[in-house]
Design a protein around this ligand. Structure first.
Ligand SMILES: *[C@@H]1O[C@H](CO)[C@@H](O)[C@H](O)[C@H]1NC(C)=O
Ligand SMILES: *[C@@H]1O[C@H](CO)[C@@H](O)[C@H](O)[C@H]1NC(C)=O
Ligand SMILES: CC(=O)N[C@H]1CO[C@H](CO)[C@@H](O)[C@@H]1O
Length: 466
């Protein structure tokens, strides 16, 4: 029997193979279509209401304008915001509390020491940890050292050690947010160098059901194929997730493991890992089975100078920025609040009016690195001079900006801000970046009296489960 089957197969392989191929093809297409529905594209459009538009009549010249005017304080009953900082970040915290978080009346501020900044009682979140954290942990020793220094009145400027301590804050911070406000529908976490566009956050949350378990942010690959939300982009947990992560006492008795603080349940993981945002992601997966929802680039984690704007991102809502210096925090906040009034969603291209306002004065900047990455082939004439680099970029349909330095011409199919280069190191005279105003205008960036928002309708990202 076996022999005949085998020989039949070897004589007429197609008869056997064809049905298998057809079956596989059908199965493959079915699985593809079911995986892609309901939305084949990661983007969708949705009319959302504005919760915190720019000031409708900014009083120009008023030395103390109320930038919080119109802030939807009522929403804060349901949305608990938590700012994490450290003693080494005093200037950043001060700037943050004076700008982005200045309208948050019930803000929780956690750090590695207690302090009073304005009306805020900064919580020493490391004081909540069991004493076992201090055992055999050279990283944690910095905490005791700093405490001693602070008691003796010395200034604490210990950013490297502060960074090592940072990972210990995440779990007790989540425990604390839940303890302070167990009924919040959303828990929103950010850091002292993270800028948040509140209007975008409120529009996003308004579309979601807080009873579902949500763990949202910008994805970073962790160990063993797991993903976590990058702390530098800020992240959001829903009430539905919190209920699974920190179950009510009463059900199952308060002695069960699930009722111990996260910082106790996952102490060994925190000690062994480099990063607190990673361990929080692993703890959420372990305790609730919930994977993170990626909303990159809405949660961006990028810096102002390297934020990429292109055709695909033109209308994508922008929620967060990372590594914003205290000076940028202040200037961006003022700009955001006093830009021309609009009820439109803040999207990637909206930021160009802030980052690229210099284009009013002309399409190029000298001694400027524009972060164009693609050097052109050596034989192209564009390497002759900055102006030939610019005119070749204009002819190339995909080139939105170019840079020319030391006889190398680079093109980029996106718009970035970049940064200045110092004249000494700029080398051999020229270091020029230029932008393609005509093509930018076609995308919607028009320089008139004001640089207006021209994205008609935001394209929201459907979250991708990682
Ligand atoms: C601390 O480390 C030492 C040396 O590695 C070890 O002998 C000791 O058991 C450790 N103590 C605890 C409580 O882990
Ligand atoms: C959670 O982690 C613990 C400790 O590593 C492990 O024993 C347990 O199986 C994990 N649970 C789940 C559901 O992954
Ligand atoms: C002139 C200029 O700014 N050129 C720079 C553009 O960006 C790339 C990538 O960062 C640099 O290598 C160029 O020097």
């Amino acid at each position: 029997m076996l022999m005949t089957a085998r020989s039949k197969f070897s004589r007429r392989p197609l008869r056997f193979l064809l049905p298998v191929v057809v079956f596989l093809f059908v199965a493959f297409s079915l699985s593809r279509s079911s995986r892609q529905s309901p939305s084949a594209s990661p983007f969708y459009s949705k009319k959302t209401k504005s919760f915190f538009p720019p000031l409708s009549s900014p009083s120009i010249g008023d030395p103390n304008p109320d930038f919080c005017k119109g802030f939807p304080t009522k929403l804060l009953d349901d949305i608990q915001i938590v700012l994490k900082t450290g003693a080494g970040d005093a200037a950043k915290s001060k700037a943050h509390l004076a700008t982005v978080t200045s309208c948050i009346t019930n803000l929780i501020v956690v750090s590695d020491h207690t302090e009073k900044i304005g009306d805020h009682e900064v919580i020493d979140i490391l004081a909540e940890l069991p004493s076992s954290y201090a055992v055999n942990s050279s990283d944690f020793e910095a905490y005791a050292r700093n405490k001693k220094a602070q008691e003796e009145g010395s200034a604490v400027g210990y950013s490297r050690e502060g960074w090592k301590l940072d990972r210990f804050k995440f779990l007790p911070m989540v425990d604390k947010a839940h303890e302070v406000n167990p009924r919040a529908k959303w828990y929103v976490f950010l850091e002292s160098d993270v800028y948040y566009f509140w209007d975008t956050l409120f529009r996003l949350l308004d579309q979601l059901d807080p009873n579902d378990p949500h763990y949202m942010g910008s994805p970073t690959a962790g160990s063993d194929g797991r993903w976590f939300a990058y702390g530098g982009a800020g992240f959001v947990l829903s009430q539905g997730l919190m209920k699974k992560l920190i179950p009510d006492k009463g059900k199952g008795g308060s002695d069960s493991i699930a009722h111990r603080p996260l910082s106790v349940r996952y102490e060994d993981w925190v000690k062994a890992d480099c990063c607190g945002d990673a361990v929080l992601g692993y703890a959420i997966l372990n305790a609730t089975g919930t994977k993170m929802e990626s909303l990159y680039p809405t949660f961006s984690g990028d810096e102002l100078k390297s934020l990429k704007v292109d055709k695909e991102r033109w209308c994508v809502p922008l929620l967060s920025l990372h590594r914003v210096s205290p000076e940028q925090m202040e200037s961006l906040w003022k700009w955001e609040r006093t830009r021309p009034y609009t009820q439109k969603t803040f999207v990637y291209s909206s930021l160009l009016a802030y980052t690229h306002s210099h284009l009013r004065d002309g399409p190029t900047l000298e001694f400027w690195d524009n972060h164009s990455e693609a050097p052109q082939p050596n034989d192209r004439p564009c390497h002759k001079s900055a102006s030939s680099c610019g005119s070749e970029c204009a002819k190339d349909a995909n080139c939105l900006q170019y840079s020319y330095s030391q006889t190398v011409c680079r093109f980029a199919p996106y718009i970035k801000l970049g940064n200045s280069v110092d004249k000494e190191n700029g080398g051999q005279g020229e270091f020029i970046s230029g932008w393609e105003l005509e093509k930018m205008a076609k995308l919607g960036f028009k320089i008139e009296e004001d640089i207006h928002d021209t994205c008609e309708e935001a394209t929201w990202l459907a979250p991708q489960i990682r």
